[in-house]
Structures are given as C-alpha cells and as structure tokens.
Design a protein. Structure first.
Length: 133
C-alpha cells in the first residue's frame, strides 16, 4: 500500500470506516471494523499483516488514523476505548474520498494553528501527512 500522491493514505479508509460501522449497527469493536473494511476492498492478507517501522500493523494504524479524524469531526464518539460508535451526524454522513480529504485538511490546519500558538513558531504543514508512529 503506497502513499497516494498529495495526501495521506489513510483518507481512503474514512468512507469505508463509516460504512463498516453502519453495517455493525452503528457501533463495533475495532477488530470488527478492520475485518469489514478489508473484506469490502478485498485487501490481501499480506497487506493486512504488513507492519510499519514502529512494528504496528500498518492497515490497522491507517484505519485508526481515519477514526481519529472522524472523532475530531464529531462523526464518531471517541469516549469508549476499543468501541467505535457513530454519532447521529456520523450515521447520516456518507463521505466521498474528496470530502474525506477536505475533512482531513481542515483538521490538519486546525491542529497546525494550535501547535503554532504553543510553540510560538508556525510549523510547515507537510504535503503528505505522516501516519506512521
């Protein structure tokens, strides 16, 4: 799974994550969402098991980043560890990949602004958002 040009790879999982949670009745454990997403795109086993530099399973890490941005956007309730639940807005949200990209860009700018306030020196926003820890 190589990075796509001009954006973070995890963006592609955002619409699929919303769909997976809807299939699970609006709420589910992380592992169940991974399975539904992987099945939806027929993700090969070797891609599901590939690890990033820190040793984490890359696919799961990518889906977790997608989840985090959806939490920030108010589409997933992030209050319960290990249980991912759609908010009422999340239930209604059907995002395209382009809308997902815009959502991510919005939150990157918000967080870059917050960092700039703390550090007092604005940091450049990288062209590709790093998703590996």
């Amino acid at each position: 799974m190589a990075k796509t040009t001009g954006h973070a790879e995890f963006i592609r999982w955002i619409p699929l994550l919303l769909d997976a949670l809807r299939k699970l009745g609006g709420s589910g454990e992380a592992r169940d969402t991974y399975d539904l997403i992987a099945e939806a795109v027929k993700l090969p086993v070797e891609e599901r098991e590939r690890r990033n530099k820190s040793g984490n399973v890359r696919f799961q890490n990518q889906v977790q980043w997608a989840r985090q941005y959806l939490v920030w956007a108010g589409l997933i309730d992030g209050s319960r560890r290990g249980i991912w639940t759609l908010t009422p807005d999340g239930v209604k949200a059907h995002l395209t990949e382009e809308q997902s990209r815009q959502l991510v860009q919005r939150w990157v700018k918000i967080h870059a602004g917050t960092r700039g306030e703390r550090v007092k020196q604005p940091e450049a926003i990288p062209a590709n958002t790093e998703t590996e820890n």
